[in-house]
Design a binder for this molecule. Structure first.
Ligand code: F6R
Length: 595
């Protein structure tokens, strides 16, 4: 989603640094890009629909500046075009903005009396608002305080004021913004990769905080009050954004699944005490979006079936607006790769207001959600660049599974020998995942078979259905083909009408409910459906199945992780055959920082 970079430098290479920063944020997904830089007394703006490369081509290579703000836009208000791209300028003010201004309409009505708007964006309204109050007060402190008191919604904004050269203002609410420093530069960004090349020391702006950044100084404020802030040091690893020998980040990241799992689970396998104890809670709610939500469904199954803890899984976008039934015996788990997903963050704030205990399962260590939760477990998947999550998802499932295992052990619902056997399965898991990843030919063969399809179905029961939901989402994201996942037993209550001769149906059958799933499979076969079976039992549908992928026999603590690997691979190869933009599929963003 939208990305922000701001540079204030002692040397005149702010333009190049800002554009490089934008390139490292490209993975977030965007549809236009722009930059504003200071030249003599003026502020020059260049912007374009399309990629950062196109923006670079529009800027004279000899152009130099000490100061630049730049932006990649993922359209929310108004289509993706040059006019709507950021930065926007009104009067003396130029801004780039991540987030959504919710009271834009009512503000625009008022501001229309004084300004003519050129774009369809809420950002231009924010810009006009800032200019209006700046002209009135001649004070940026008063203007920003007024802005924070009036504006509803979310924003990370960089502001340039023509009358205050060599200065960038950075303001923040519900959308991340960090400020890094080194001897030469001040770097402001919405995301760590944009600054990492230059500095590991950074400040994090919290909601309703802002900063005035000049060449020699940074001062921080909370509304009109001056505050002090502590500097952080980035400690993450494996943040290389290098594709290495792989044609796509998605393939590279799948190939890193073994290592990601090892890093995530090995410390706990040797010492389960290091893991959060969830056995004391009577009720757990898991809140997440997209693939993280699918991981949560697997967590629910294991926490309920193995650890006997009532567990609900909720979509963050719904949860943030619903009545909550929580008390001191409840725990709410927030799962997020980015740690910045707007809905998940809003849901977390709502739960925290009620004083309920929270646990995060998060990949990005410096993220907002990781900082706000009471307790956090990190998925050690490293930097995930491809929009479609793979390695972060499997590590999320692995941590949830270990939480359930520890709780079951604590509650003595599993015997010592059973726990030992399951731990042994976890030790074997990374290698087994790697073995499945090496079976590229069977995934390619199935992908080739699907290139002419328009609708692809996924079926399963219980755990299998949750894994199939993830398989279906992965396929939709990177192939743009229509796909649905149904609980196998539910099919004949309506959706079976979609099945026709030649329909391709993935079926997951890895649990004690296999017999039931196979009966449902026969119902679709009888209607001409062709089955691609993902199973750990090779005797199933031997004559009837069109294709099958065999995964190792394991307990349900690890089987979902093995089962999803071929589904990720098939989606990937099908996307390649269909010549899709694998790492940046259309309309999608890596980090969904707006509601
Ligand atoms: C799918 C995908 C998304 C994310 C979702 C939540 O491949 O990546 O569905 O899982 O947007 O994102 P995070 O985990 O960053 O909160």
């Amino acid at each position: 989603m939208c990305g922000i970079v701001g540079i204030l430098n002692k040397k005149e290479d702010a333009i190049k640094m800002a554009l490089d920063g934008l390139s490292s944020l490209e993975y977030r997904g965007y549809d236009s890009a722009g930059i504003a830089y200071q030249k003599d007394e003026s502020i020059i703006t260049v912007k374009t629909k399309g990629r950062v490369q196109k923006l670079k081509e529009k800027i004279d290579k000899n152009e130099k500046s000490l100061l630049a703000i730049a932006h990649t836009r993922w359209a929310t208000h108004g289509e993706a075009n040059d006019r709507n791209a950021h930065p926007h300028t009104i009067g003396d003010i130029t801004i780039v903005h991540n987030g959504i201004i919710e009271n834009e309409q009512e503000l625009k009505e008022e501001l229309k009396k004084y300004y003519t708007f050129q774009s369809d964006t809420d950002t231009e309204v924010a810009c006009a608002f800032l200019d209006f109050y700046y002209q009135k007060t001649n004070s940026m402190i008063d203007t920003i305080t007024k802005f924070m008191d009036t504006i509803k919604g979310s924003y990370a904004i960089l502001i340039l004021c023509k009358k205050e050269p060599d200065t960038i203002y950075a303001i923040k609410k519900d959308s991340p913004l960090i400020i890094a420093i080194n001897e030469e530069s001040k770097l402001i960004a919405s995301d760590v990769p944009a600054i990492l090349k230059y500095s590991k020391n950074y400040y994090v702006l919290e909601d309703m905080e802002w900063a005035k950044i000049t060449k020699n100084d940074i001062s921080f404020y909370q509304k009109s009050k001056k505050i002090e802030k502590e500097i952080n040091t980035f400690e993450g690893s494996n943040l290389s954004s290098d594709k290495g020998c792989y044609p796509h980040y998605m393939l590279k990241e799948m190939m890193e699944e073994k290592e990601s799992l090892e890093k995530t689970i090995l410390p706990y396998l040797t010492n389960l005490d290091l893991l959060t104890d969830v056995s004391k809670y009577k009720k757990i709610e898991i809140v997440a979006c997209g693939s993280a939500y699918h991981a949560g469904l697997i967590g629910k199954y294991l926490l309920e079936e193995k650890a006997n803890i009532e567990t609900h899984v909720e979509l963050a976008s719904e949860y943030r607006y619903k009545h909550l039934f929580l008390d001191s015996d409840s725990l709410v788990i927030f799962i997020s790769q980015s740690g910045e997903t707007a809905d998940t963050l809003a849901a977390l704030k709502k739960v925290k207001k009620q004083g309920i205990k929270t646990l995060g399962i998060i990949n990005v260590k410096e993220s907002s959600i990781a900082r706000y939760v009471d307790d956090v477990l990190y998925t050690e998947a490293g930097c995930e660049i491809a929009v479609a999550t793979t390695k972060a998802y499997v590590t999320q499932v692995a941590l949830l599974s270990l939480l359930a295992l520890k709780a079951a052990k604590k509650k003595k619902l599993l015997k010592e020998e059973e726990v030992k056997k399951i731990l042994e399965e976890f030790y074997q898991l990374p290698r087994q995942v790697n073995d499945l990843l090496q079976e590229k030919e069977s995934s390619k063969k199935i992908a080739r078979m699907l290139t002419k399809e328009k609708d692809i179905f996924y079926l399963g029961r219980g755990l299998d259905s949750y894994v199939m939901m993830e398989g279906s989402l992965k396929l939709k994201e990177i192939t743009y083909l229509h796909s649905e996942c149904y609980s196998a037993g539910e099919l004949k209550h309506g959706s079976i009408s979609l099945i026709e001769k030649g329909s391709k149906i993935f079926i997951g059958a890895t649990t004690e409910l296999n017999d039931k799933t196979i009966s449902n499979a026969k119902e679709v076969i009888a209607r001409g459906g062709e089955i691609i079976l993902i199973t750990n039992d090779d005797t199933l549908l031997q004559k009837e199945r069109k294709e099958r992928i065999l995964i190792p026999i394991t307990s349900s603590f690890v089987s979902p992780i093995l089962e999803v690997i071929p589904l990720q691979m098939i989606a990937y190869y099908l996307g390649c055959y269909l010549k899709r933009d694998i790492d940046k599929p259309r309309n999608l963003a890596k980090s969904v920082t707006v509601e």
